[in-house]
Design a protein around this ligand. Structure first.
Ligand code: GUN
Ligand code: ZN
Length: 428
């Protein structure tokens, strides 16, 4: 078995740098090394020590580049790749004008295959090694995505997006078919290789109570699946949910009463939450997923990172492609920084890097398995060039420490900053 020794600067974590003081749990080595064997991280430490201990390992010298865990995108829509950056609408109009017509095409397996491959290749080019994706109502769209991920050895999470109301003809299923199709798909994919199935009601406006209950029942049958949906993204959406469900205590209650609130639940956006909703997510240990480029692009609002973290809620970071306006988790970190600034909280680069890797992995209940350079984690690795453009290089050139050297890439970097990506111990 070939061992690989990656040399460069390394960045790793031994805890949550938002809950703890980041200085106590963040480890930077300016002359570090990562040993990869059998698709996993076998060791991380100083280059001198690992070179001495593993003289037979094949050397990959990345010079001054930064070796980190591959990025983990905790919420996106691969079927929206081809319509990213569509102009001028807010959520509901944006869905009806741009999203639903595009998603209509995914009953065509060849088109779904093409966009799944394109999306995963774009993700890898941007240093993202795990995607958590909504598909469309078409089972073919789910097979296409998991097949494309399997061909690339990527750990992914995905599920059939279920909708049985308020969607156009050709883009609605039913309560029964959503249950049956989701059950067949999770039987086919969940736990197969690196695939994880997420039961996926799109959001309350597009699922009848019957459909939400059917999917809640399915989740009770398969509690080790994840469940992903959207929650409280825009005020108009929340008002619509109130009209549709006047008896519900709040938006989350429409999920909770259907059995769709749980520890393995992923609630995308979660911007305009009521105190009861925050209490319940915290009590059950569910995760919320922050999608900052989407929140500014569609005009949704300012996510309360500090407030939700203070309640102990697990938070993932995500592009929300194509409501989000970038495939890059670097750009996503920049947007998270900007939103936190507007809330009066400057997120440190260590905190941003953690959110984009281990934070997302923990939200997906995959902490220690992906999103980390710790021993035993999958060797999904991103090597970042900290001087990838003249504008970034001139700023990094006068940096006094790693954080000053890294932050310009977080704020201004894109796929040009990704020097190399490893997936399960192989260069992609
Ligand atoms: N809410 C329901 N569906 C969607 C979607 O596709 N994107 C975003 N951003 N929000 C949604
Ligand atoms: Zn979304």
């Amino acid at each position: 078995m070939t061992q690989h020794l990656l040399l460069g600067q390394t960045l790793s974590f031994t805890g949550d740098p938002i809950v703890s003081d980041w200085r106590d749990v963040t480890h930077h080595d300016s002359a570090g090394a990562v040993l990869v064997a059998d698709g996993r991280i076998a060791a991380t430490g100083p280059a001198t020590a690992l070179r001495r201990d593993y003289p037979q390992a094949k050397i990959h010298d990345y010079g001054n580049a930064l070796i980190t865990a591959g990025f983990v995108d905790a919420h996106m829509h691969y079927p929206q790749t081809a319509m990213i950056a569509s102009w001028g609408k807010r959520l509901i109009d944006w869905l009806n004008t741009y999203t639903f017509p595009e998603e209509m095409q995914f009953g065509d397996r060849a088109y779904a295959d093409e966009i799944a491959a394109r999306t995963l290749d774009l993700a890898l080019a941007h240093g993202t090694t795990t995607l958590t994706s909504f598909c469309t109502i078409h089972p073919e769209s789910v097979d296409a995505f998991f097949s494309a991920a399997q061909a690339r050895d990527m750990a992914v999470v995905a599920g059939k997006t279920c909708m049985d109301r308020n969607a156009p003809d050709g883009l609605r299923d039913s309560a029964q078919s959503a249950y049956d199709d989701s059950k067949a798909l999770l039987g086919r994919w969940h736990g197969k290789g690196r695939a994880t199935y997420a039961i996926t009601p799109r959001f309350t406006p597009t699922s009848t109570p019957d459909q939400l209950h059917a999917l809640g029942a399915l989740w009770r049958e398969y509690p080790d699946c994840l469940m992903q949906t959207h929650l409280s993204e825009q005020v108009d959406e929340i008002a619509w949910v109130r009209d549709l469900h006047p008896q519900a205590r709040d938006y989350l209650d429409t999920y909770e009463s259907a059995g769709l609130l749980g520890e393995r639940g992923l609630y995308g956006h979660a911007i305009h939450l009521e105190p009861r909703e925050i209490d319940r997510i915290a009590e059950v240990g569910g995760a919320v997923v922050h999608c900052p480029t989407s929140n500014t692009f569609i005009g949704s609002g300012l996510f309360d990172m500090a407030g939700l973290k203070a309640r102990g809620i697990s938070i993932g970071l995500a592009t929300d492609t194509g409501g989000g306006s970038s495939f890059s988790m670097l750009r996503t970190m920049a947007a998270a920084y900007e939103i936190a600034q507007l809330r009066g909280v400057p997120l440190h680069p260590a905190q941003l890097m953690w959110l984009a890797s281990e934070g997302s992995a923990r939200a997906l209940h995959m902490g220690g398995k992906i999103g980390s350079l710790s021993q035993g984690a999958a060797a999904d690795i991103c090597v970042i060039d900290l001087a990838s453009t003249p504008a970034i290089a001139q700023r990094t050139g006068v940096a006094n420490d790693i954080w000053e050297a890294l932050f310009p890439t977080i704020m201004m970097g894109d796929d040009r900053a990704i020097a190399e990506v490893w997936v399960k111990g192989k260069v992609r």
